[in-house]
Write a protein that binds this ligand. Structure first.
Ligand code: ADP
Ligand code: MG
Length: 471
């Protein structure tokens, strides 16, 4: 009999989710597994050392609070690293304390400076400079990237950029749904170029960080320094540039940064959840610039690519999954590669933990846990629950009326649908009066902000989420 992980781990994740930005949650918490959860002790498996170090350095107090909240007692947190699955088979105890692990290039400085030299007064000691807030994930390399028809173009373009930076495709604009490998590709470019040129000066950061830093610079009154740091690099990579949607002043700022770098023949690489012309309220001059180089889409992987990715992810953990298991997973999991990865990890952990062979039975129990949350809640339940809570009619939520009493509950529906169901923005829009994806994005943003600024509202939403998840 396969036991599933203790149910309270999902409450810990709920707590964390409510306290970090969605992107942070996606990046750092969806890959964690709970091995032991009991009063006084919580043992958590991290996919690799990099994750563990990052969590320990940035999220330990939050995670501890979350565990204590759920367990109702103090708890010692222990981390196990699943670099290979044997770590759990040997019942690894607490690993040595985290040491800083920031991605740096391993190769020696090569004579092929692939980029135009950085401007005068170069530092005496060449070292890669990443002034962005995100260290590179050492696993996001070209070697670890499975290529298939769905991502072939983006992959080829990324490689071409490493061969001929600032000349092959500038900018390179990669777009596609969440979890399809955009950040992986961007970071693979950094790794590859760093291996050739340790003195490369680059910035890799999320658009959100770019925006936040700009605002902070405005407040400090040193926008000039902010500008300088982005305008004097060899390569600028901004992840999730769609975050600039509807932000006029920032678009203006980014426009000038773009021009400065482009004119100086520096490589620019951007990722986004949609193609340039579909980013809501993006100035035309930016839309056209984003198309100057190459716009490449990463699509959800086809069945064969899913199979290859599942096998590769298991292999990376030192396991070979039986064919029937691989096909079962490919059949039952959605095409989000991050989720495929999470499922493979979960299965390996469960098998080791319960000394159970990796078979369909085990898969079923792992999948129930992984997908239960998302698939149990549907849009109809969301609408009914919200309608009751706000004392409005479901038909009104689905309709066109824009009176104030309807608008907020409708936005809450869109937000909850985004959080709790796998529906796309467009699908959600279809259920609330045939609205387009921009409206859904706007609603999400608004509710997220309200939750952040109004604790009472935040609790109300939290209660709705719990209520829906209880079914
Ligand atoms: P995005 O930025 O598009 O949301 P990520 O680049 O973060 O997606 O990818 C999500 C996860 O899936 C990462 O762990 C990444 O390594 C993995 N992944 C995505 N595409 C591939 C691929 N083609 N081959 C192997 N792993 C992949
Ligand atoms: Mg990403």
């Amino acid at each position: 009999m396969v036991h599933s992980a203790p149910p309270s781990w999902s409450s810990v994740l709920d707590y964390v989710r409510a306290h970090v930005k969605p992107q942070q949650f996606e990046t750092w918490f969806t890959g964690l597994q709970c091995l032991v959860m009991q009063p006084g002790q919580v043992r958590i498996a991290a996919p690799n050392k990099f994750y563990r170090n990052w969590i320990e350095r940035h999220y330990l107090p939050l995670l501890r609070n979350a565990c204590e909240e759920v367990l109702g007692t103090e708890a010692a947190l222990e981390f196990v690293v699943l670099e290979d699955a044997s770590a759990i088979e040997n019942d690894a105890t607490m690993p040595s304390p985290a040491t800083a692990s920031v991605a740096t290039a391993s190769a020696a400085a090569a004579d092929t400076a692939a980029m135009p030299a950085p401007p005068a007064n170069k530092a005496a000691e060449p070292r890669p400079v990443n002034i962005g807030e995100i260290p590179l994930n050492p696993h996001y390399t070209f070697d670890n990237f499975v290529v298939g028809p769905s991502n072939r173009l983006a992959h080829a373009a990324a490689l071409a950029v490493t061969e001929n930076p600032a000349t092959a495709y500038n900018p390179l604009f990669v777009h596609g749904g969440v979890g399809l490998g955009k950040s992986h590709l961007l970071q693979a470019i950094c790794h590859q170029l760093l291996a050739r040129n340790r003195a490369l000066r680059y910035v890799y950061l999320s658009c959100e960080a770019f925006v936040n830093e700009y605002i902070a610079a405005l407040q400090r009154g040193n926008v000039d320094a902010f500008r300088q740091q982005y305008r004097h690099v060899d390569m600028l990579l901004i992840d999730d540039i769609h975050f600039l949607a509807s932000k006029k002043a920032l678009q203006e700022e980014f426009f000038h940064t773009f021009n400065a770098l482009y004119n100086a023949q520096r490589q620019i690489i951007l990722s986004s959840d949609s193609p340039p012309h579909e980013i809501p309220e993006l100035e035309d001059r930016l839309v056209s610039r984003f198309k100057w180089g190459l716009v490449a889409e990463v699509e959800p992987p086809h069945y064969e690519t899913k199979v290859a990715i599942i096998q590769r992810k298991a292999q990376a953990r030192g396991k070979r999954l039986p064919d029937e298991v691989v096909h079962f997973l490919a059949d039952h999991l959605d095409s989000n590669i991050r989720e495929l990865e999470g499922a493979v990890l979960k299965i390996i952990v469960l098998a080791s933990l319960h000394n159970h062979p990796i078979d369909i039975e085990l898969c079923k129990s792992a999948l129930k846990e992984l997908t239960g949350r998302a698939s149990d809640v549907n849009i109809a339940q969301i609408m009914n629950t919200v309608a009751t809570q706000y004392n409005v009619k479901v038909a009104d939520l689905q309709g066109k009326r824009r009176s104030k009493s309807i608008v907020l509950p409708r936005q809450i529906c869109m937000y909850l649908a985004r959080e709790l169901t796998p529906m796309s923005l467009a699908e959600i829009g279809g259920h609330v009066g045939g609205r387009d994806h921009t409206t859904v994005m706007h609603a999400n943003e608004k509710i997220r902000k309200l939750r952040a600024s109004d604790p009472e509202f935040d609790q109300k939403i939290e209660r709705l989420i719990r209520q829906l998840q209880r079914g």
